[in-house]
Design a protein around this ligand. Structure first.
Ligand code: HEM
Length: 505
């Protein structure tokens, strides 16, 4: 007995010793790795300004500072040495990384590690064959007319049954005592979450019901994407990896949030498998994908990727659109005139899919807004082998290379001297909308990995914008220029407070 007790004690002691040594070693190596990676001694002006945060004296947003630096750079490219990050606003470089040498610029391990726990093997987080398989399958589905009209029906139903009644009820308050204001950013996030959930896996979280309920699923998804994105802004990946290892703080919360998201998605998948019925054109994406694989975890990852890709992006694009329209009321009038011409004067009628195509000015206004306020402000890849970019910049393997749609939208050399002005007409030739070169306007990325939901997103934006503009007068109650919170998509700090009134005829 005594021998067994001492053996257990000895085993516990040695386990404790190994655990302690391992942890200490891990910690020391992380700190070493962090300092080696940071090269904190770089004395160049950009790195010093970054390290001391002196850029914040002149700029509210990091993106604005980068835009300034990129516009001053003769090549349109800068190198933030302390971050090991080459940033470019040069369309030729963007084409080089997203098309010409696509295989040399994958998302890479650092990115997939950040989102890996939430997205698993989903398309948004995959490279190589895993990505190719999903891309092929998803582009077939998203390109089909039936899936697009299914998406359009979801959006129009959500507008008619929830968005308009909600805004009307707030407008009533505004008309009575002008006390009814609301945060349009929050409303649009709820709207796009309901829509993308119904589209991706046929589930209605009901976030936009009149009582604005707190959906457990939406809250878990929000928290999971927010905390995953915050991993990217820790000074070294070792910090969040250590916290994850010990299940501490934000990593503990993240683990719980991801568990809730995954459990719900898995439950929907189980339910669909058990209630299999013949495929129809009115099916959600999950029902289309379910027969392509027996692997339910893979299926879950595919669907969660779509939620992430299609949710905040659309809400962000619409939020900025309403902000910029509030500063350019003549554009609102022109959108109303155009829609009256195409749809008639009756403001309560929903737009038809075919009518949207005829509204070139609206299409131009939406694109112009995303030029200045792209939902994905910058996007990074990791250079696999040493390379030289189109402008002659040498890039060593392992370097993070970022293309910067936000800065590119503000480049005089791309858009001319009026680049900072909101002018939808720059997209029109003889009244007809003309696409820009995607490498000059990589708002939806470009090349082989271009956004799969681009057409759908633009239809959704135009339908929402039109429905609100024709029916309501929306006044933004925020004087200052937008400031953004750090995250995967551009989100306005403090939301977008508005006062809304029903239009009189
Ligand atoms: C205004 C709205 C949108 C914008 C600005 C946008 C932008 C982007 C960007 C920049 C990427 C590249 C991200 C990266 O590789 O790191 C992307 C990828 C993607 N987007 Fe969108 N997106 C929008 C809406 C949507 C919607 C509504 C859906 C789904 C229905 C969607 C589905 C996807 C998918 C699946 C990918 C991954 C494509 C791939 O890796 O091959 N997006 N999007």
């Amino acid at each position: 007995m005594a021998f067994e007790a001492s053996l257990t004690w000895l085993l516990q002691l040695s386990f404790g010793f190994f655990f302690f040594t391992f942890t200490a070693l891990f910690f020391i190596l992380s700190i070493l790795g962090f300092f080696l990676k940071l090269k904190p001694c770089c004395s160049c002006e950009i790195c010093q300004s970054f390290l001391t945060s002196s850029w914040t004296l002149e700029y509210n947003n990091l993106c604005d500072w980068y835009s300034h630096l990129l516009s001053k750079s003769p090549t349109g490219t800068i190198h933030v040495h302390v971050l090991g990050n080459v940033i470019t606003a040069n369309p030729e470089n963007v084409e080089h990384m997203l098309k010409t040498r696509f295989d040399n610029y994958p998302k890479g391990k650092p990115f997939s590690a950040i989102l890996g726990d939430l997205l698993g093997r989903g398309i948004f987080n995959a490279d190589g064959d895993l990505w190719r398989f999903q891309r092929k399958m998803a582009s077939l589905e998203l390109g089909s007319v039936s899936v697009r009209s299914y998406a359009f029906n979801i959006v129009t139903t959500e507008i008619e049954s929830r968005l308009i009644p909600l805004l009307s009820s707030v407008a009533d308050k505004c008309n009575n005592d002008s006390s009814g204001s609301l945060d349009l950013q929050d409303i649009l996030r709820r709207f796009s979450f309901d829509s993308i959930c119904r589209f991706s896996f046929g589930l209605d979280p009901g976030c936009l019901r009149l009582s604005l309920p707190i959906s457990e699923f939406a809250a878990a998804f929000d928290l999971a994407s927010k905390l995953s994105a915050e991993r990217a802004i820790t000074t070294s990946p070792m910090i969040w990896k250590l916290k994850r290892f010990f299940n501490l703080g934000s990593e503990k919360q993240l683990k719980q949030a991801i568990k809730s998201v995954h459990e719900l998605a898995e439950e929907v998948i189980r339910h669909k498998r058990n209630n299999a019925r013949p495929r129809s054109s009115h099916d959600d994406l999950l029902s289309h994908f379910i027969c392509t694989t027996d692997d339910d975890i893979f299926l879950r990852d595919i669907v969660v990727s779509f939620l992430l890709a299609g949710r905040d992006t659309v809400a962000s694009a619409l939020t900025s659109f309403f902000w910029i329209l509030s500063k350019n009321t003549h554009v609102v009038e022109k959108i109303r005139e155009e829609s009256n011409r195409v749809m008639g004067q009756e403001t309560e009628k929903m737009v038809e899919f075919a009518q949207l195509r005829e509204m070139h000015y609206l299409q131009a206004a939406v694109h112009e807004s995303m030029r200045l306020f792209p939902p994905v402000q910058f996007d990074s890849k990791f250079c696999e082998e040493d390379d030289v970019l189109a402008d002659g910049t040498f890039v060593t393997r392992g370097t993070r290379v970022t293309y910067h749609p936000y800065a590119m939208g503000r480049m005089e050399r791309i858009w001319g001297p009026d680049c900072l002005e909101f002018k939808p007409d720059r997209w029109l030739r003889g009244g007809v909308f003309k696409q820009a070169d995607p490498f000059k306007y990589p708002v939806f990325q470009a090349g082989r990995r271009v956004c799969l939901g681009k057409e759908m997103a633009i239809v959704e934006m135009k339908t929402v914008a039109l429905s609100l503009i024709r029916r309501f007068d929306i006044q933004v109650a925020m004087a200052r220029a937008p400031t953004f919170m750090p995250g995967l998509t551009a989100t306005l700090r403090g939301g977008l407070p508005i006062v809304v009134r029903e239009r009189k005829h």
